[in-house]
Design a protein around this ligand. Structure first.
Ligand SMILES: [Fe+2]
Length: 324
């Protein structure tokens, strides 16, 4: 356990770094523009090379972050070049006729601005279409989950509730939007593998035999197989569904094993799933009070559950209670 600590620490740092880059992407792009412009102006003789470079952050910013950010990067680039032109006039106004140099810079500025508007507009159109599709896709998954659970009064609405909790935890952990969407979809589909488990085992009121337990436990992997056949749309969801019953401590005990790595989404769905299961009635017991279930989850923090996820879950519950 002691040896695994540095590895876990490194993994955590990498995860944090990724989240940091996603969160401050705009600021990083702007910083790159300024630094490169100054270095480029200082080192590169040919001004057209420096000017052409600015198309890259503008197009990337407009394509991935939308029109507003694209225009902002274009305007900052123009401002940046004007500052550089004032600091290094011999590079930017090398033409014999000053008017020619000014015209070159002006036409470059206009084209850079137009490029940001055009690409940004296309991005936003696509984004709207994608959002509509995502809405429809989540809606269909909800209908499917409700339909699958409609015959069992004990699990009715379970997947929808798990998806809502998982989504709220992901938002509380400030994960990127795309990851939140995948975690929500995984919450809706986490028990889809149960359609391949016999109804006798699923509905059994008494304790399961070893054989039956094995069959029941296989639902996570079976769910992964079912979803793999859907194709690339759910490729981020599959690993979450497969690992949603794994215990957090397995990662600590086997830090070098790729197979044992539990995706963050699965660690989130695990907490949401456990909370809803504990607070719901089952054929063999009554559901716990929410505060009791929360205590149980906190007691298993660092063992069955990821402490960071438990921390975020506590914030979600507190926010929910404040809203009531
Ligand atoms: Fe499950």
């Amino acid at each position: 356990m002691g040896l695994s600590a540095p590895l876990r620490y490194r993994e955590k740092i990498m995860e944090r770094f990724k989240q940091y880059v996603m969160r401050y992407f705009e600021e990083i792009v702007v910083a790159v523009i300024f630094v490169t412009a100054f270095i480029g102006t200082y080192l590169i003789e040919e001004v057209s090379l420096i000017l052409n470079f600015y198309y890259l952050p503008v197009l990337v910013g407009s394509f991935f972050l939308g029109r507003r950010i694209g225009i902002l990067i274009a305007l900052l680039s123009i401002l940046d070049v004007l500052i550089c032109a004032m600091l290094f006039p011999h590079r930017f106004f090398a033409d014999r006729v000053l008017w020619h140099s000014i015209m070159k810079l002006a036409s470059w500025s206009v084209f850079l601005f137009l490029a940001s508007v055009t690409v940004g507009t296309l991005y936003e159109k696509n984004e709207r279409r994608l959002q509509d599709l995502k809405k429809a896709y989540i809606g269909i998954l909800e209908i499917l989950a409700k339909y699958l659970e409609s015959t069992d009064r004990y699990t009715k609405g379970h997947s929808v509730r798990v998806a809502e909790f998982a989504m709220e935890i992901a938002i509380a952990m400030e994960l990127p939007r795309s990851q939140v969407d995948n975690i929500r979809a995984a919450g809706l589909l986490h028990d889809i593998g149960k359609i391949e488990i016999s109804t006798d085992v699923l509905g059994k009121a008494a304790a399961l035999t070893t054989e039956e337990k094995k069959e029941m436990d296989a639902h996570a992997v079976k769910g992964g197989h079912i979803l793999t056949s859907v194709g690339s749309v759910l490729k981020e969801v599959v690993p979450i569904v497969i690992a949603h019953h794994k215990h957090f401590m397995e990662t600590i005990e086997t830090p070098n094993s790729e197979a044992q790595k539990i995706p963050l989404g699965a660690r989130i769905v695990a907490v949401a799933d456990a909370f809803d299961a504990m607070t719901s009635d089952r054929p063999y017991r009554k559901g716990m009070a929410p505060w009791q279930a929360l205590e149980e989850i906190v007691a298993n923090s660092g063992k069955q559950f990821d402490p960071e996820v438990v921390g975020a879950f506590k914030r979600v519950i507190r926010d929910r209670m404040e809203r009531v």
